[in-house]
Write a new protein. Structure first.
Length: 234
């Protein structure tokens, strides 16, 4: 069966390129279009449909474009000082750590930043939270205060990002599924599932910055719980 599908793909490519050799698109474009069409027809590639579009207008605005990060129009630089990030993102942060690392979180907007061990005053990652943690019911309940109310772990972000977030031109919110992101951002970012499931997809923003995601299920239809940008260790 697999050999039969491969034969159909090859035959479709040959027929398409031969019949349309005089059209304006380049040979590479024609072959790519033919391959995608033949792959979907043969069942070798899933046809997910049209990605959902997220309307603009939410606040705050967090944009990741051409390898750069901006918050409400102001630049954020991975590797830059923690103080600069705190000043740009604004009030509401809770920071802590020790002499080795620094972690800051903004519960009100679902953002967390942190340093590495070698440079505790420099930001090496940002986490953006969109949904409840996956399998939250299986997580051990936190301790309670004197009034019996649960006390979350000190560095667990309790809020969610409800503004407008955009990754390489594609708007993302709490309802966005991984397949929609993968289909909408440039292929150079190499967004991909894991070997066994798709609960923790990976990719690259640029040579020294990785993209990490955690989904609320283990396939391409999972919605985002967390999206991270991480500076590679030197």
């Amino acid at each position: 069966m697999r050999d039969g599908k491969l034969f159909i793909l090859v035959l479709a490519l040959l027929l398409y390129s031969g019949c349309h050799a005089q059209e304006s698109p380049s040979l590479g474009e024609r072959l790519g279009q033919a391959f995608e069409k033949a792959a979907k027809a043969s069942g070798a590639v899933k046809d997910y449909g049209t990605p959902r579009q997220v309307p603009k207008g939410g606040k705050p605005v967090l944009i990741v474009k051409d390898g750069h990060i901006s918050f409400n129009g102001k630049s954020l630089v991975l590797g830059g000082p923690v103080a600069d990030w705190k000043r740009t993102i604004g009030a509401g942060s809770v920071c802590g750590g020790d002499t080795l690392v620094t972690v800051c979180k903004w519960d009100g907007i679902g953002i967390e930043i942190g340093s590495g061990i070698k440079k505790p005053n420099r930001v090496e990652f940002i986490n953006i939270f969109f949904n409840e943690a996956p399998q939250k019911s299986q997580i051990k309940l936190p301790e309670v205060d004197i009034h019996g109310k649960p006390v979350p772990p000190p560095w667990e972000v309790t809020g969610f990002f409800a503004g407008y977030f955009e990754l390489e031109g594609y708007g993302i919110d709490r309802r966005t599924k991984f397949w929609e992101i993968r289909a909408s951002v440039p292929r150079k970012h190499d967004l991909r599932c894991g070997l066994r499931d798709c609960s923790h997809p990976l990719g690259m923003l640029k040579n020294d910055v990785g993209i990490g995601m955690v989904l609320n299920r283990n396939d391409e239809y999972g919605e985002l719980w967390q999206l991270s940008l991480n500076l590679k260790n030197e």
